[in-house]
Structure formats: C-alpha cells, structure tokens
Design a protein around this ligand. Structure first.
Ligand code: FAD
Ligand code: EPU
Length: 290
C-alpha cells in the first residue's frame, strides 16, 4: 500500500484526488488479498487501469483504488499459433505491437486508444465499427469473492462500450487473431492512427469521448451543431476539433468538467430532445459517493 497517491497523476485528464487506500497488487494472489482486505475493512473499491476513461473528483476519495498495471499483470503469452493471452495491465499499444511483429491481425482498430488491456475489455473499447470483446476468446477474471473464473466468449455479456463484469476484475484476456502479413497490419494501424490524428485532439489532457453516441447518431456532431466547440467552464473546454472531447487546459477542477458536461447535455436535450449518456466513468468524491 502507498499513501497519498494522487489520481490526477494517473489519469489522462490529469484530475483526481487521493483514495483512502491505494493498492497495487503484483500478482493474482496479491489481487485476491487486496479484495479480501477491502471486504474485511468494509471498504468499497474501484479498479484503475491506464486511467484514460476516467473523470475522478478531487479530495479524499472514500473507496480503495486497486491499480491493475505493470509489474505483475504485464505478461503476454502465445498459447496457440493465432491465440494471444495478455495480462490486464499490458498497455494496449504494447499488445498491438506484439501482434503486428508476429503477423497476427484482428486488433488493428485499437491503434491509438490509450490504456490497458483490462480497461479496454472492461469498457468494450472500440473504433471504426469494431469492438474489442468480439476478438476475445476467453477472459480470466477474479470474482469479488476471490475465485478465479474463466469466461468464454459466448458467455460474455457485452454491448456498445459495456461489458457486464458483476464486480469481477479482469486478470487476463485471450484473443483469437488471424495470421496476416506484418506489413499489412502495420499499414492498417498507421491508417487508423492518421484518421485519429485528423479527427481527435491528441497530445492534450482528455479522457476520450465524453458521451456515448446515441443510436444512429453522433454525439460529437450534435454537440457541434449546438455551437459548443470552444465553450469553457473554468479551465475545462469543449475541444475545438471534436465537440465530444473535453480538454483540461491546465488546472481544471472536476467541478468545471461536471458543469461543462451538464451544459453540453442541456444544449442537446433542448435542441434535439436527445438525452446523452456519459461514456467516461465518473468517480465521485466524498460528498457524492455511496
Ligand atoms: P481506465 O480508464 O483505467 O478504466 C476504465 C474503466 O475500466 C473503469 O470503470 C475501471 O474500473 C475499469 N477497469 C480498468 N481495468 C480493469 C480491470 N483489470 N478489471 C476490471 N475493470 C477494469 N475508447 C474507445 O473505446 N475508443 C476510442 O476510440 C477511444 N479513443 C480515445 C482517445 C483518447 C485521446 C483518450 C484519452 C481516450 C480514448 N478512449 C477511447 C477511452 C479509453 O482510452 C478507453 O476506454 C480505454 O480502453 C480505457 O482503458 P484504461 O486502462 O485507461 O481504463
Ligand atoms: N462530427 C462533427 N463535429 C464534431 C465531431 C464529429 O460534425 O465535432 C461528425 C464527423 O464529421 C462525422 C461524425 O460526426 O461525420 C462522426 O464523427 P467521428 O468519425 O469522429 O466519430 P465519433 O462518432 O465522434 C466514434 C467513437 C470514437 C472512435 C471513433 C472512430 C463514440 C462516442 N466515439 O467517434 O471513440 O474513436 O468513432 O471509430 O463512440 C471514445 O470512445 O472515447 C472514442 C474516441
């Protein structure tokens, strides 16, 4: 356990306070102990991966944060020719390079999505009409009661940006891939990265798209039509490039981001009668947490 870990240093939006307990297990056994410790101390807990899809409030956070990352969950193995198992803490980018170098395709669409394998699977990350859970062969998860369980693809309950985990922690994901030339895989990854470069604000503090796309529509387009690009609350700003991104211009408070989110929601509700649903995960502070 480490004291005084600021989640603002572990999230891409660069906002977030200090959890009452920060646990950094280095093995499945230590993860099991961490869960048991939270149960024993009647402490709620949340799992942190790469912190790239999170809006965390400031101050003392009334839950433990269990950080599933390297070292400990960073192993990649190849149990069969076209099957790769990746620890939940493996950075998604590292997995993609590993697959490319071995001529295994199928995950190229993830190019440019930050974070870890665990976070990608837990949120069923996707782009260009593809979703990561569709490439999963099976998952190894640790249930809240400490039992290790294997979930086969057919039993996964996933939908757009959602995987039902029932409180389990992803420990490893096995992917079914397809042999393909390294050059083709690399070229496809570069193409996706270029398209991202043109459309998304990169190299700035954000948590990706703020809202899910409503069925048949694009939240970014609706927000843009509301004229919201560049709108600011404190140091939180609607990106001028893509209206579904909020940028922390430096020193933004979670409250600024939350007020901007409300303003964006209200504008789309008034103009289009559509209720936008958050895509980023909001981790509340002391006053609001259950
Ligand atoms: P975190 O942000 O750490 O966590 C996200 C959620 O997953 C939390 O609820 C957390 O509790 C849970 N979680 C994390 N690890 C585990 C685990 N081991 N077991 C159980 N639960 C876990 N997302 C897309 O889907 N498509 C995109 O195109 C995309 N583009 C992005 C572009 C930018 C510039 C940025 C900043 C973000 C983008 N994102 C995108 C959002 C984000 O990168 C993805 O959702 C990413 O997969 C989250 O992974 P993470 O490890 O950072 O998860
Ligand atoms: N658009 C605008 N104005 C904007 C933004 C977008 O008019 O400010 C228009 C675009 O011109 C395009 C349409 O809206 O015609 C869709 O935009 P884009 O192609 O950028 O895709 P998106 O629907 O905004 C989704 C995902 C992204 C993913 C891309 C690529 C969601 C909420 N967003 O964006 O995922 O990378 O498609 O497939 O599903 C994320 O989840 O964090 C994320 C970035």
């Amino acid at each position: 356990m480490q004291a005084n870990v600021q989640l603002g240093e572990l999230t891409t939006l660069r906002i977030g306070g200090t959890p009452v307990r920060y646990l950094h297990p280095r093995s499945v056994a230590e993860l099991r102990s961490a869960l048991a410790e939270c149960r024993r101390d009647r402490l709620a807990w949340r799992v942190l991966g790469g912190g790239s899809n999170l809006l965390v409030e400031e101050g003392l956070l009334p839950y433990a944060v269990i950080h599933v990352c390297a070292p400990g969950f960073d192993r990649i193995r190849r149990p069969a020719h076209a099957v790769i198992g990746a620890g939940a803490g493996v950075p998604t980018a590292r997995l993609l390079h590993y697959c490319r170098d071995r001529g295994l395709g199928g995950l190229e669409f993830l190019a440019g999505i930050p974070g870890t394998v665990g976070g990608a699977v837990a949120g069923n990350a996707g782009a260009w009409e593809r979703h990561v859970c569709n490439a999963v062969r099976r998952l190894r998860v640790l249930r809240p009661d400490g039992r290790l369980k294997t979930v086969r693809r057919a039993a996964l309950r996933c939908s757009y940006r959602h995987l039902e985990l029932d409180g389990s922690v992803v420990v490893e994901a096995e992917f079914q891939l397809e042999p393909r030339s390294t050059e083709l895989i690399g070229a496809q990854m570069n193409r996706y990265a270029r398209q991202r470069d043109e459309r998304h604000p990169l190299g700035v503090r954000s948590a990706g798209c703020v809202f899910k796309n409503p069925p048949g529509s694009s939240a970014g387009r609706l927000l843009d039509l509301c004229g919201l690009k560049g709108t600011r609350v404190g140091n939180a700003e609607v990106s001028r490039l893509h209206a579904n991104f909020i940028i922390n211009r430096g020193g933004a408070a979670a409250e600024d981001v939350l007020r901007l989110i409300e303003l964006m929601r209200r504008a789309v509700r008034r103009r289009f009668g559509i209720e936008l649903e958050l895509e980023v995960r909001h981790w509340p502070g002391r006053s609001k947490a259950a």
